[in-house]
Design a binder for this molecule. Sequence first.
Ligand code: NAI
Length: 284
Amino acid sequence: MQIKTVMVIGAGQMGSGIAQVFAQSNFDVKLNDISEASLEKGIASIEKNLNRSVQKGRLTEVEKVEIMERLSTTTSLQDASDCDLVIEAVVENMDVKGKVFKQLDEITPAHAILASNTSSLPITEIAAVTNRPEKVIGMHFMNPVPVMKLVEIIRGLATSDETYEAIETTTKALGKTPVEVNDFPGFVSNRVLMPMINEAIYTVYEGVATPEAVDEVMKLGMNHPMGPLQLADFIGLDTCLYIMEVLHEGFGDSKYRPCPLLRKYVKAGWLGKKSGRGFYIYGE
Ligand code: NAI
């Protein structure tokens, strides 16, 4: 099947990046959000990224204008009625995603593939709210989307081979590398990454070392480009807590118990970079 027109739902840090890479790869993209302010912010961040590419000589001014012309914004899901592919990147909440997929199932044409960028929620459960579970799939981009090469593609229980192949081809058309995984809590990326971040938070909680020291050990000692606590701040501490809860509940194993310090920070509204404070302080 030929994918030409795409809708991205949610214009936050992930959705705007996803919209950008699709527009850069010649797809027509509709960016949807319930909030006009989020749409404006999303488009502004795409334009800022493209301007930086122009300054660095990676893109011409004409190409930038063409990319921006392929992007449109809307607050109405009805505009998905002519889309071949929809990628949902709204908040990490099953109720919200369930409602979005139910509506999309009614609005989009029968051939359309419905993908979710969820970090951890079960694709099989999201698919079950629709009448086309064979056309529902996980398309998990990494943050920041324009930079990171990986797309983890998650097959739900009912996802068809045809759907998988269409998404694999599309991922390659974006210049990204697809990796196929099955639907289990945290998939591969967050099942491996989040327990490490959680353990790093435990080392701070238990007074083993400061956040700076933990990050320095992992950067210099393990050759990680960024320490786990800085990475947690970038991902968002609320998202990190949510993913640990999904792992804890999904596997019922105490090794996934979220660190009490992580809970405390989230309760305090210290959500990392996006709120100005997490393990580090930002924007001062
Ligand atoms: P965000 O909070 O930056 O953006 C979410 C956006 O969704 C907001 O603009 C909000 O207005 C919008 N929204 C909420 N409900 C909506 C609805 N019903 N219809 C349309 N728009 C709606 O969140 P972020 O970080 O972009 O995450 C989005 C998804 O991507 C989540 O599922 C998250 O788990 C996943 N993800 C996040 C990564 C990260 O590093 N932050 C990495 C990979 C996946």
